[in-house]
Design a protein around this ligand. Structure first.
Ligand SMILES: NC(=O)c1ccc[n+]([C@@H]2O[C@H](COP(=O)([O-])OP(=O)(O)OC[C@H]3O[C@@H](n4cnc5c(N)ncnc54)[C@H](OP(=O)(O)O)[C@@H]3O)[C@@H](O)[C@H]2O)c1
Length: 329
């Protein structure tokens, strides 16, 4: 199966490393682009050579060859779209994904923006064209939560989705709880370790978790919810005293994203939970509980970000497409 990769940052490089490590998967790279260069070869490109080039020159291919050129050439079966997230417009990724679907190509993305903004439109486009749109990596990194909703728990109806969807916030809350650090001290530590961005607003104000909740809710119930429908409270005003009070009751605080159409609820907010609660997880981990009518509560937990972990979700989506569309014709 031929794949073209748009974006060669942490995630794109992770995907190329897997292609180099596991040629037996039969995933052949035929196009790749970063923000200022690109490479197209219908006969296949050595992913190791692309990674070496990127490392030594900061460019993956020929200067001036762009994502649009790769889409124009159309020499791929699946577009892997892993460019930066724009939560307001979804662009330019939204246009890349639309173009690929309209021209009859499958799409796999790790980009939350387009999926949170235009899920229904993109799913409709994919259906019309008879191709797949998969986005496991947009929520929970390596955790196969969308696979569980769409395939693993088929036949169930979901009552609610509850989760810890932002590793940065979970790290900060874990450190405030364990060491009695203030919010500012824990944030500074998270930055030093590379767990928080220079501008952590999206994470600590709960917006990143809310975007992921929108994606899960639309995947599960197809309600067409948007970020504006989510009631959001972040962790940036939490004090050590609040965590101490919770600790007195053998509880702690976690940033919880929850959606339940039956309760008319979709919100992200800090919540006091008993220490034994399955969503009380440590550090940068993520976890999601799916409350189902047949299966009961199913909780999945794992690494919510990282180059290799996110590549795991993308490669899983690629192989699911290969098994469903390519080998069966
Ligand atoms: N990192 C994670 O753990 C993680 C986990 C889940 C989801 N995600 C999502 O996955 C996506 C990629 O994340 P990342 O961490 O790999 O980001 P990143 O490190 O910032 O890399 C982004 C890449 O996209 C390239 N790019 C920017 N604009 C482009 C354009 N118009 N056409 C082609 N390439 C373009 C950049 O080019 P240059 O190299 O030239 O700057 C860079 O290679 C984001 O949407 C992110 O939210 C990330």
């Amino acid at each position: 199966m031929r794949i073209a990769v748009l974006g060669l940052g942490a995630v794109g490089k992770g995907v190329l490393r897997v292609l180099a490590e596991k040629p037996e998967l039969g995933l052949v790279l035929t196009g790749v682009a970063d923000s200022a260069s690109g490479w197209i070869d219908p006969d296949g490109i050595d992913p190791g050579e692309v990674l070496d080039r990127k490392c030594t020159t900061n460019r993956c291919g020929t200067a001036g060859l762009t994502a649009d050129d790769i889409l124009d050439a159309g020499e791929f079966d699946v577009l892997v779209e892993v460019t930066p997230t724009n939560a307001s417009t979804g662009e330019p990724a939204l246009t890349y994904i639309r173009r690929a679907l309209i021209s009859g190509h499958h799409v796999v993305t790790s980009n939350k923006g387009p999926i949170a903004i235009a899920h229904a439109e993109l799913e409709d486009l994919a259906r019309e064209q008879g191709v797949a749109l998969r986005y496991e990596a947009t929520v929970g990194g390596a955790i196969p939560v969308i696979h569980a909703i769409r395939s693993g728990l088929l036949g169930n109806r979901a009552h609610a989705i509850t989760g810890v969807l932002n590793g940065t916030c979970n790290y900060i809350l874990t450190r405030m709880d364990e060491e009695g650090l203030t919010y500012d001290q824990a944030l500074a530590e998270a930055r030093e370790l590379g767990y928080a961005e220079a501008d952590p607003t999206y994470d600590v104000r709960g917006i990143d978790a809310a975007i992921k909740l929108v994606i899960l809710a639309n995947t599960c119930w197809n309600l067409g919810v948007t970020l504006n429908d989510v009631s959001i409270t972040g962790i940036d005003c939490l004090t050590v005293d609040a965590l101490r009070l919770a600790a007195d009751q053998d509880c702690t605080i976690r940033l919880i994203a929850e959606a339940s159409p039956e309760r008319g609820q979709i919100r992200v907010a800090p919540r006091v939970l008993p220490r034994t609660h399955p969503l009380v997880i440590e550090g940068t981990l993520n976890a999601v509980t799916l409350s189902m009518d047949l299966a009961g509560e199913v909780t999945l937990m794992g690494r919510g970000a990282g180059s290799r972990e996110t590549a795991s979700a993308i490669v899983g989506d690629l192989l699911a497409i290969r098994d469903r569309f390519i080998e069966c014709g």
